[in-house]
Design a protein. Structure first.
Lengths: 413, 288
């Protein structure tokens, strides 16, 4: 397509995609521009659409209550359609042309890394709202999703104790899958167990006959499922049909992709995950939140953890600004550094950890039975994202701009 | 020992089935008209979704699958009438048009039906050989691939339509001069190609997750099989499928899925370099 036509098309789409959220009479003043990069079409649409819904719901609630320091929130949403190059293009547009005050979004870890440095260069605060493989020590980023010390350090000891010390990992072959597999290896070793086999699957592969056979040959006690995307999710159906019948653990199934709603039972039987949010959570705060969500989005198939995190992030941002009494990033970071970044979210009380700028979470273990019903097995309470601070990341003193992992730790300075 | 041999044969047949089923529809359309149907994945998706919809409406699985196949075939006839027919002598334009159609259909399905559709669930039943257990339904996939090859053989070699179609493939102008209604042959071929794509979708529907962009899972494999096979559907598709399945299943077993994927694509590059007109071009040159 010729250059001018493509630009016109993208501009037109961007213009159509900008959402001006309810400017209430109570909220006056220049709008606060929140740049949103969420996939609402393409392969990741089923996870991305709830994220947009969560942000819109939060923005509407905030504006109805008077905005942030009297200024209304304006969401500028662009849809990168799961294409990392488009993530970068749209991030540049939001940061340089629209000059957003804060950037929110990114879905896969690859997309996060694609835009993180762009946000740094623009000096715009970036909020990443997904669970991920942890380790990003970046003063310009706040992570509001769960991280391995909240998800794996709770899940893996339980699985090892209950099912056994031999685990087989299947993981998507990109940074999230590779790093999460590394975390699994590290934690299993600490428990005296072993990862007896690992398979990394290219994104887009949908046929798993050989993988299933490899698992059967290895005879693990349970399987760590780090497969990502609809194509790789076909593993569950095929494994159930082949009669694999092993317990499974994951940091991303059930609460992110609501596989238990999309697949026919018993494909997801015996899946375990540790989540900060899942729609089946039954507390008064959770029920109230769900009621409000369903009033706004009655056709939502499942309120997933990504949508929930997106919602909490905007409210968190509002609390940060109000406590800092300013939109200035340095002032907000001072609030975080003082340990004052606390809000009551539908999951429970959450705090931003000063050293890592990651969010604490109230973690609960869920499992799925053969009728795809979800049960809560264990309540871990509020778990702080302690790992980065423990290994030497301290954003109150130093801005590392690195991603660490168990095999790639900060240099002791 | 037997278990290992069986499992090797099984893995080969599983990959072979996937390649044949994905590629058959594309091969018919490409072989007949030289048209590269970029919406091939969407005909497969049509087969999947219609099968799932009919199944959820209460039909037994085989009937739902037949419905999915038929729906894709009808859609193919409609697309041929509406779009492709006008672009026969314009291969690049037909590429663009079918690609545009693919975009419209995937995003249209996203808007109309939503980002995901409830899955069907594989029919129960598994069997064991040695220490391995296999899903019985996967044998149906292998059977389906063989059935498709048989169908193509019988259609093109044993029916009057087949004779006319092969004549049109060989020399359309001459066939027309002899009174063959080539327009009708083209339309029927496109419909058959779309129906084969729908059949692929219908067969794989119980084994996969249903999202509007799921056609993309089949497209790479179908295109490389057709390219390696060359333009003669009968001669090319099966050997190409067998060759690529050998490479992929072998590498999958030895080194994992990444190696299998890369190895298969690398094999395609090598084969095309050595046999530019594909396997069928090589076979016809040798006087097969």
């Amino acid at each position: 397509m010729p250059m001018q036509r493509r630009t016109a098309l993208t501009l037109g789409t961007a213009a159509a995609a900008s959402v001006l959220v309810g400017r209430d009479a109570a909220a006056q003043g220049k709008p606060i521009k929140v740049g949103l990069l969420e996939d609402v079409s393409g392969d990741l649409a089923l996870s991305g659409i709830p994220k947009l819904h969560g942000s819109v719901l939060a923005a509407e609630e905030i504006n109805k209550a008077g905005g942030i320091l009297g200024r209304p929130v304006e969401l500028l949403h662009l849809d990168p359609q799961g294409d990392n190059a488009r993530y970068q293009e749209f991030a540049r547009r939001l940061l340089q042309r629209d000059k957003v005050d804060v950037l929110v979004g990114g879905i896969t870890s690859a997309s996060r890394e694609a835009i993180r440095q762009l946000a740094r260069r623009a000096g715009t605060f970036y909020f990443y709202t997904n669970q991920y493989e942890g380790g990003v020590c970046d003063a310009n980023m706040v992570s509001t999703g769960a991280v391995p010390e909240q998800q794996f350090s709770t899940l893996i000891p339980y699985m090892a104790e209950r099912f056994g010390k031999r685990v087989y990992t299947i993981a998507a072959d990109y940074n999230f899958g590779q790093l999460s597999a590394e975390w699994t290896r590290t934690l299993m070793k600490e428990l005296g167990g072993t990862v007896i086999g690992e398979e990394f699957i290219p994104l887009g592969v949908s046929q798993f006959a050989q993988t299933i056979q490899n698992i059967q040959r290895a005879r693990p006690d349970w399987v760590m499922c780090l497969n990502v995307g609809a194509s790789q999710d076909s593993f569950f159906e095929q494994a159930a049909a082949a009669g694999l019948n092993l317990p499974m653990g994951s940091s991303i199934k059930i609460m992110l992709g609501f596989e238990h709603k999309r697949f026919a039972p018993p494909a997801l039987k015996n899946m375990h995950a540790v989540a900060n949010w899942f729609e089946e959570l039954d507390t008064p705060a959770a029920q109230d939140f769900k009621r409000r969500w369903r009033a706004r989005w009655p056709d939502e198939t499942y309120i997933n953890d990504m949508g929930y995190n997106a919602y909490v992030t905007l409210h968190l941002y509002k609390a940060l600004v109000e406590r800092a009494k300013s939109f200035d990033k340095a002032a907000i970071r001072k609030v975080i550094a003082a340990g004052d970044a606390v809000i009551d979210a539908p999951e429970g009380r959450v705090t931003i950890d000063p050293a890592s700028q990651h969010l604490s979470h109230h973690m609960r273990m869920v499992s799925v039975n053969d009728r795809h019903e979800v049960a809560v097995l264990k309540d871990f309470g509020e778990i702080k994202p302690y790992w980065l601070g423990q290994v030497g990341c301290d954003l109150t003193k130093r801005d590392d701009n690195e991603q660490y992992s168990p095999s790639s730790l900060p240099r002791k300075s | 020992m037997f278990a290992e041999m069986f499992s090797v044969a099984y893995q080969f047949a599983d990959v072979f089935a996937f390649l044949i089923l994905s590629a058959a529809g594309l091969a018919v359309v490409f072989g007949m008209m030289g048209i590269i149907n970029m919406a091939h994945g969407e005909f497969i998706m049509c087969g999947v979704y219609v099968t799932a919809a009919l199944f959820h409406a209460g039909l037994p699985l085989p009937l739902a699958q037949a419905g999915g196949t038929a729906a894709a075939g009808l859609a193919g006839v409609a697309v041929e009438r509406g779009i492709v027919r006008h672009l026969y002598r314009r291969p690049l334009d037909s590429l663009l048009a079918t690609w545009g159609l693919s975009l419209v259909v995937t995003q249209g399905m996203l808007i109309l039906v939503g980002s995901s559709y409830p899955g069907i669930g594989t029919p129960p039943g598994s069997f064991s050989v040695g220490g391995y257990s296999f899903a019985a339904y996967r044998l149906a996939l292998i059977g389906g691939a063989v059935a498709v090859l048989l169908f193509l053989y019988l259609l093109f070699m044993k029916t009057r339509f087949g004779v006319l179609a092969r004549a049109t493939m060989q020399n359309a102008a001459m066939a027309r001069a002899l009174g063959v209604r080539t327009g009708g042959i083209y339309a029927a071929s496109f419909g058959i190609g779309a129906a084969l794509a729908g059949f692929c979708g219908a067969l794989y529907a119980p084994t996969m997750t249903l999202i509007p962009t799921m056609g993309v899972n089949f497209v790479t494999e179908s295109f490389v099989t057709v390219v390696v096979g060359g333009s003669n559907v009968l001669l090319g598709t099966a050997p190409a499928g067998a060759l690529l399945a050998l490479v992929r299943s072998g590498l999958n077993a030895a080194y994992g899925q990444i190696a299998g994927q890369i190895g298969m694509l690398f094999a395609v590059i090598v084969i095309i370099r050595v046999l530019p007109e594909g396997v069928s071009g090589w076979l016809t040159r040798r006087g097969a």
